[in-house]
Ligand binder design. Structure first.
Ligand SMILES: Cc1cc2nc3c(=O)[nH]c(=O)nc-3n(C[C@H](O)[C@H](O)[C@H](O)COP(=O)(O)O)c2cc1C
Length: 193
């Protein structure tokens, strides 16, 4: 199969490990949306299950199990709740546990928060950190302001499902462009820095 026809391997990183988290509702909608995209195959990397140590530790078996999943991906979507105008500590640890795995790969964002900001401050902070790792944040993101208005206690779908699906499509189309462009570029000329 031609390189541009192989599905993009997407790691969806679930950036909350709170016991009572809302993340599964957001992820459930997003993976449902992804199921409509034959150009992508997703590995959901749930940081609650990954049980990474509080700080990066190469000797940890959990880190050893986690890193290849990040390395195998062509692209990432970070599902990022906003905590105190930034992203979660568990997501920072997940980023810090890898180095070259992130290089020359695109990252998209699905953010949310209780405030009207919708997690955009978390996303802007993620962009800064990812630049240090030679990863490329795509322009458009999906955000859910006042997230409880979108996903109630019973989860289900976002209230404005059409709007959310359109935002996801825009973000994923950009992610796909970058993933394929970088796949081709790296095949011709390995990324070095
Ligand atoms: C420590 C903490 C800080 C938070 N700070 C913000 C914030 O700055 N902006 C915001 O919109 N929501 C904030 N929230 C609300 C969370 O974004 C909201 O509870 C969301 O559901 C968290 O995602 P999770 O339930 O998947 O962990 C905060 C929540 C916590 C626990």
């Amino acid at each position: 199969m031609a390189a541009d026809r192989e599905p993009i391997r997407l790691a969806v990183i679930v950036g909350s490990a709170r016991p009572e988290r809302l993340a599964p509702h957001v992820v459930s909608w997003f993976t449902g949306h992804l199921a409509q995209r034959p150009d992508m195959v997703a590995d959901v990397v749930d940081l609650l299950d990954a049980r990474l140590p509080p700080s990066p530790d190469e000797e940890s078996p959990e880190v050893a199990a986690y890193r290849p999943r990040i390395g195998a991906a062509d692209a990432y979507v970070m599902v990022a709740p906003e905590y105190n105008h930034s992203f979660s500590g568990v997501l920072k640890t997940a980023i810090d546990c890898c180095t070259t795995e992130w290089r020359a790969k695109p990252v998209g964002f699905v953010s949310y928060g209780l405030s009207r900001g919708g997690g955009v401050r978390a996303v802007e902070h993620l962009r800064q950190v990812l630049a240090e790792l030679h990863a490329v944040g795509v322009r458009d993101a999906v955000c859910f302001p006042s997230v409880l208005d979108h996903f109630g206690d019973d989860g289900g779908f976002p209230r404005d499902r059409a709007g959310a699906d359109l935002a996801a499509k825009v973000m994923l189309d950009q992610l796909a462009w970058w993933a394929l462009a970088l796949r081709e570029a790296k095949a011709r000329r390995p990324y070095t820095s």
